[in-house]
Design a protein around this ligand. Structure first.
Ligand code: ZN
Length: 252
């Protein structure tokens, strides 16, 4: 009896020791805190994969040149490396164009569990004036919430980049995704980028011209601001392919 009890106690002690060890290991894993996406390898030029795509979405707001749009294609080429260097520089990291634990930990710091950056949310990007919430992400083009959701995530990462570059001061979205019916109710153009989930209308503490000028450096293909019809009370940005910029009162 005594021997059996001893064995049981020893076994219990062993389980406790292993459990505490296991818990310790879980706490030590830096990526375990992130509920959105966890990178499992260092990424550098020449690599490809879905983990590169995830990185590119977060770098899309940091293209190396004004007017440039980073291709989110899963291939880590020189443009991705250049954008990564700009990201690293903007956040005070070592600038080497290689995405390792320093870069990934900064991204984990900057994102919420639903993959949106910390200063923007689906709630904000799906409110649109008198339409109220468009949170179902339905009725857009395409009528597919998953497509709209992934576009909005990229818009938000580009806005996060722009917000950081402007000194981390508030940047407000007054209209983001709109269903086609919402868009016609608020008087949007019939082919508006808002229906595609690619657009955001901005206000905030900066002047509308400051927003329009700054947007040129963060990968936005569409920029419309003061002096463009209907845009004297907000600056519109979108992630269409190609470039369509007009804010005559700001010299754009
Ligand atoms: Zn707009």
């Amino acid at each position: 009896m005594l021997k059996n009890r001893r064995v049981r106690l020893l076994a219990a002690a062993l389980v406790m020791a292993l459990t505490s060890l296991g818990v310790g290991i879980v706490i030590a894993g830096p990526a375990a805190a992130d509920g959105c996406f966890t990178w499992g390898r260092t990424l550098r030029e020449g690599m490809s994969g879905s983990d590169v795509t995830q990185l590119q979405i977060r770098l899309a707001g940091w293209p190396a040149n004004s007017g440039e749009q980073l291709s989110v294609d899963g291939n880590f080429g020189p443009r991705t490396a250049a954008a990564l260097r700009r990201f690293q520089s903007a956040y005070g990291l070592g600038v080497d164009g290689v995405a390792g634990s320093q870069t990934f930990n900064k991204i984990y710091e900057l994102q919420d569990n639903d993959c949106t950056p910390i200063h923007f949310s689906f709630a904000e990007l799906t409110q649109s004036g008198t339409c109220g919430s468009q949170a179902s992400l339905r009725g857009g083009n395409p009528n597919d919430p998953n497509v709209i959701r992934s576009r909005l995530i990229q818009v938000m990462w580009q806005l996060e980049a722009m917000r950081h570059a402007l000194g981390d001061r508030p940047l407000s979205v007054t209209s983001g995704f709109r269903s086609a019916s919402c868009n016609s109710r608020v008087g949007g153009a019939s082919n508006s980028q808002h229906i595609f989930g690619r657009a955001a209308d901005l206000t905030g503490v900066h002047s509308l011209c400051t927003l329009a000028r700054q947007a040129r450096l963060h990968g936005f293909g569409g920029i419309f601001g003061p002096g463009y019809p209907g845009h004297d009370d907000h600056t519109h940005v979108d992630i269409r392919g190609g470039r369509s910029w007009s804010a005559p009162s700001c010299g754009i």
